[in-house]
Write a protein that binds this ligand. Structure first.
Ligand code: ADP
Length: 388
């Protein structure tokens, strides 16, 4: 049975119960009420007999009738009025019942239009979404619970559409990223088979390098998926901000020396404690310092400096490297976005380092952003971590 019929039946049920209760109440109360009324009349009549001249002339009891005759006439009258009353009440109830049933049918039709129709539309749209058509949206026509439900449905559909778009984008990006190293490995193998490429140690090193790139990509993707699912398992406790900075700087300093780029660390004095996961924050700093090194030519300068703010510590990695155009300052945090694809790929970058870094900083209650005066003018990457 559908909702329309259930609604109609519930209305008819209410009407039927009301009629039964009314009929039962009338049957139970009316005789007693009438007997009481007639009793009063009878007592009035008796009083009239005892005091001639003030009686119940209107009752039409004949002159000289005995008390017994009067009592019988009153009883007959009582019964007749009672019967007439019941007949009138039942007639009225019958009429009211008919009218109520018609009204119930009308109201249930109207209510069902207001309730059942939106629910049917929601159900149809849900089916549409379940079939993969995420563009389904419904108009919000009322401000009641049904309107709220429709609004929530639209929000859910929007979220599903975004997730689906992100999923498709990710699949496209990942397959694109896999294509290049796989194509090179295949090319080298075919060259080796055909004898075009010599089976020299350098060739094997090149193949090995491409395999490494694939491995790094897979590792980064795993890390990215953990970060996006908020499953980084951070161990956030009070940490010395300067200790994290110098640990990262000293670890990467040999690479700076090798490439001829100067690295300066400006720590905080006195030391300040931040709420952070030591290893993850160090990982972010290594990523920012590694990028600064990669995009700063030999002879350049990279500075890591810390500053204490009102409720946070600011870590800034500033370089004198190739800089960033204003339109790239935000885009570089999107996964797989690289300003110069060939340059980044050649150095083994998968293009997700900054996306992961931002997730890690935000999961610790901070923010990470980039600034630059423009291409060729160096760039700065800054993040905050709350004071402990
Ligand atoms: P990648 O693995 O390519 O380095 P990232 O997410 O770390 O990936 O960086 C994304 C892009 O941001 C890089 O490809 C590069 O174009 C740009 N970028 C990052 N750091 C710097 C920097 N210090 N100077 C200039 N460009 C940078």
């Amino acid at each position: 049975m559908n909702l329309r019929w259930k609604l109609l039946l519930s209305y008819l049920g209410v009407v039927a119960i009301a009629l039964i209760v009314l009929a039962a109440a009338t049957a139970a109360v009316a005789p007693a009420a009438f007997s009481g009324g007639m009793g009063m009349m009878r007592r009035g009549q008796e009083g009239g007999n005892r005091a001639p001249g003030q009686g119940m002339g209107m009752m039409g009891t004949g002159r000289g009738a005995s008390d017994e005759t009067v009592t019988r006439i009153v009883a007959d009258l009582n019964e007749e009025i009672n019967a007439n009353f019941r007949q009138a009440v039942y007639g009225a109830l019958l009429l009211a019942g008919g009218a109520a049933i018609i009204a119930a049918a009308g109201v249930s039709w109207w209510i069902s239009r207001r309730i059942v129709q939106p629910i049917s539309r929601l159900s149809a749209a849900s089916g549409h979404i379940a079939a993969g058509h995420y563009e389904s949206r419904l108009p919000v026509e009322t401000g009641d619970e049904l309107g709220e439900l429709t609004h929530s449905f639209n929000r859910m559909a929007e979220a599903l559409a975004q997730t689906e778009a992100a999923r498709q984008q990710l699949i496209g990006d990942v397959s694109h990223e896999l294509k290049t190293p796989l194509a090179s490995i295949k090319g080298y193998m075919e060259g080796l088979e055909d004898g075009i490429i010599p089976a020299a140690p350098e060739t094997y090193q090149l193949i090995h390098g491409e395999a490494d790139r694939l491995q790094r990509l897979v590792r980064d993707l795993e890390e990215l998926s953990r970060a996006e699912a908020d499953q980084l398992n951070l161990h956030i406790v009070p940490q010395d901000a300067g200790a994290i900075a110098s640990s990262a700087a000293e670890w990467i300093r040999p690479q700076f020396d090798e490439r001829g780029v100067a690295l300066t660390v400006l720590p905080l004095a006195p030391p300040v404690q931040v709420q952070a996961d030591f290893d993850r924050t160090r990982q972010v700093l290594l990523n920012l310092l590694g990028n600064a090194l990669q995009y700063t030519p030999a002879g350049g300068q990279v500075t890591l400096h810390l500053a204490r703010m009102a409720d946070a510590v600011r870590f800034t990695v500033a370089d004198s490297g190739i800089g960033l155009a204003p339109e790239d300052l935000e885009r570089i945090f999107q996964r797989f976005y690289r300003v110069d694809k060939s340059r980044s790929r050649a150095s083994g970058g998968s293009g997700v380092g900054l996306t992961i870094a931002r997730h890690i900083i935000e999961a610790q209650g901070g923010t990470l952003w980039a600034t630059s005066d423009g291409p060729g003018l160096g760039s700065s990457f800054t993040f905050t971590l709350p004071l402990a």
